[in-house]
Design a protein around this ligand. Structure first.
Ligand SMILES: *Cc1c(COP(=O)(O)O)cnc(C)c1O
Length: 452
C-alpha cells in the first residue's frame, strides 16, 4: 500500500450561523418603534417582557388575503381560527373585518358567543365536542363539523329530541402528497370512510348536510396540496349531487397556510420562499373552478386561515439580563423571554432585532431565556451585535399560537398591548399576578400550620 501523503492541518473558524448562501445576515437597523410608538416607552410603561399586537398589521394582512381570494372566486368567507390567538381584542378585529369564528372546543365556542358572534356564523370543529356542546351548537344553528362516527350518532340522536335540523359538515382527510398525512381527524377520502359518513347523514334525514371540510396540515410549504384537497372535496360534493340531488352550500378548506416566518434548519428566510396568499388562492380557486360544479352554482369557499393572518402582527419585546461566555468561548446572552412564553421558538428562527442603535460588529450568539431549565434556549445561534445588560430587543412575527399556548411556569405571564391606527396603546390582557395564580389553589386544613 502506498504511503499516504502528509497534509498540514488547517485551523478554521467554525461559522455555525450561515443561514443562506448569500452570507451572514445580520440586522443593520435597530427596531426602535412599532407603529409609531417607541419600544423603550412601551417597556417603561408596561414592563418587560411585553407582547405587542399591531391592529393595522392584522387588518392589512387580512385584506391582502381576502383580496387574493375574492379576485379569483365569487363567494369567499373567512372564519377566524380561535386557537391561533383567542384574545378577545384580536378576535374583535377579525370579526370587524367580516370574519366568522372557527372553534375547536366548548370553551372556544362560548368565547365566540360572548364576543357577539351569531351562532350561525360559528364553525365548530374538533374531536371532543361534549353532548352539552353539541346541544348548544344545535340550538344556536352553528355549523357542526363532524369528526368521527360516535359524534355523528350523537348528533343524530340529539336531532331526534329537537325540532331543529342540525347543520352539519364532515371533516375529510386525504392524501394530498404531504407526509406524514394528517389522517387522525375526520373521515378518509381514499378508503371510503368519507362516503360512508355522507351516506349515513343523508339516509338519516335528520341532519342538514351543508358543507365539506378539510384542514390538511399547518405551515404548509406547498400550495399544490390544497389544489389536490379541493379537487377531492369537489369530487365528493358532485357525487352527493348525483346520488341525492342535494347541493352542499360550502367547501371549507381549513387553515394551514405558512406565515412568513423561517422554519428551523431552512436554508433561506421564509419571507423569500414560503408561498404567498396569491399562490394558495390560485391553487384552491383554480381547482374549484375547474371541477364539475355548475358554473353559476359554485359553493361558498370558506377559509379558516390562522397563523398566516396574525403572525406578523405580533411582537415580543424583552430586555437583556446578562452576557456570558460559554465554556467554548461563545457569546451567550441571557434574556427575560423564555420558551414558556415563546413556544414557537421550538420550530421558528424568529427575526430578532436590537431596539437601540448598535455597533457594526456582529457575533454568533446563543440566546438563553430566564428559566432555570436547560431547554430554555430561545436561539441556538443567531448573529447579533452586542447588546448590554438592560438593552431591549424586538422578536418579530410571534402573533400565532404564543398567546394561546404560553405556559405559566416559573415566571408570570406578561401583559399584551395592542397599538391602534392612531398609535394609541391599549392593554388587551393584564399581566398575571401571584394573587390570580394562587386564587385557584387550596391548602387543606391539616397542612396549614408548620414550624421550621
Ligand atoms: C388550527 C386549525 C386551523 C388554523 O390553522 P393555521 O395553521 O393556524 O392556519 C384551522 N382549522 C382547523 C380545523 C384547525 O384545527
Amino acid at each position: 500500500m502506498e504511503k499516504l501523503r502528509y497534509e498540514r492541518p488547517v485551523i478554521k473558524k467554525l461559522e455555525t450561523n450561515m443561514p443562506n448562501k448569500f452570507g451572514l445576515r445580520t440586522e443593520y437597523q435597530p427596531k426602535t418603534h412599532i407603529d409609531g410608538v417607541a419600544v423603550k416607552d412601551l417597556i417603561k410603561e408596561h414592563g418587560s417582557p411585553l407582547f405587542v399586537i399591531s391592529e393595522q398589521t392584522i387588518r392589512k394582512t387580512y385584506r391582502e388575503a381576502k383580496k387574493a381570494f375574492t379576485t379569483r372566486y365569487p363567494k369567499v368567507q373567512f372564519a377566524w381560527s380561535y386557537k391561533t390567538n383567542y384574545l378577545n381584542a384580536v378576535c374583535h378585529v377579525f370579526h370587524q373585518e367580516g370574519s366568522w369564528a372557527e372553534v375547536v372546543s366548548g370553551f372556544e365556542y362560548e368565547k365566540a358567543l360572548r364576543n357577539g358572534v351569531e351562532g350561525s356564523k360559528i364553525i365548530f370543529n374538533g374531536p371532543d365536542k361534549t353532548i352539552e356542546d353539541l346541544k348548544k351548537a344545535v340550538e344556536h344553528d352553528s355549523l357542526i363539523h363532524i369528526d368521527h362516527l360516535d359524534e355523528l350518532y350523537s348528533v343524530i340522536e340529539l336531532a331526534g329530541n329537537t325540532d331543529k335540523k342540525p347543520k352539519v359538515a364532515i371533516r375529510v382527510n386525504m392524501d394530498t402528497g404531504i407526509y406524514p398525512m394528517w389522517d387522525r381527524f375526520g373521515f378518509n377520502y381514499e378508503n371510503g370512510q368519507a362516503w360512508d359518513a355522507l351516506n349515513k347523514i343523508m339516509r338519516s334525514e335528520k341532519l342538514e348536510l351543508i358543507g365539506l371540510h378539510c384542514h390538511i396540515g399547518t405551515f404548509m410549504l406547498t400550495a399544490q396540496a390544497y389544489a389536490t384537497a379541493a379537487y377531492k372535496l369537489a369530487d365528493l360534493a358532485i357525487g352527493i349531487k348525483k346520488k341525492y340531488k342535494h347541493d352542499i352550500k360550502y367547501i371549507d378548506m381549513g387553515g394551514g397556510f405558512a406565515s412568513r416566518n423561517t422554519l428551523k434548519g431552512s436554508y433561506l428566510p421564509g419571507s423569500d420562499t414560503n408561498p404567498t396568499f396569491d399562490d394558495f388562492a390560485e391553487a384552491i380557486t383554480s381547482a374549484l373552478i375547474n371541477s364539475n360544479f355548475e358554473p353559476d352554482n359554485l359553493p361558498l369557499l370558506i377559509l379558516e386561515t390562522g397563523r398566516a393572518l396574525i403572525d406578523d402582527a405580533g411582537y415580543l419585546l424583552g430586555s437583556v439580563i446578562s452576557n456570558k461566555r460559554s465554556a467554548q468561548g461563545k457569546r451567550t446572552t441571557i434574556i427575560d423571554v423564555g420558551v414558556n412564553i415563546l413556544f414557537t421558538s421550538f420550530w421558528y428562527e424568529h427575526k430578532i432585532t436590537p431596539a437601540q442603535p448598535f455597533t457594526h460588529y456582529a457575533e454568533d450568539t446563543t440566546l438563553y431565556g430566564p428559566l432555570c431549565m436547560n431547554i430554555d434556549v430561545v436561539r441556538e445561534s443567531v448573529s447579533l451585535p452586542l447588546m448590554n445588560k438592560g438593552d431591549h430587543f424586538v422578536i418579530h412575527s410571534v402573533g400565532a399560537y404564543n398567546m394561546t399556548q404560553w405556559m405559566q411556569f416559573i415566571t408570570l405571564r406578561p401583559k399584551v398591548v395592542m397599538i391602534d391606527k392612531d398609535s394609541n396603546v391599549h392593554v388587551i390582557r393584564e399581566n398575571e399576578t401571584i394573587e390570580r395564580i394562587t386564587q385557584m389553589e387550596k391548602v387543606p386544613g391539616h397542612l396549614k400550620e408548620f414550624e421550621l
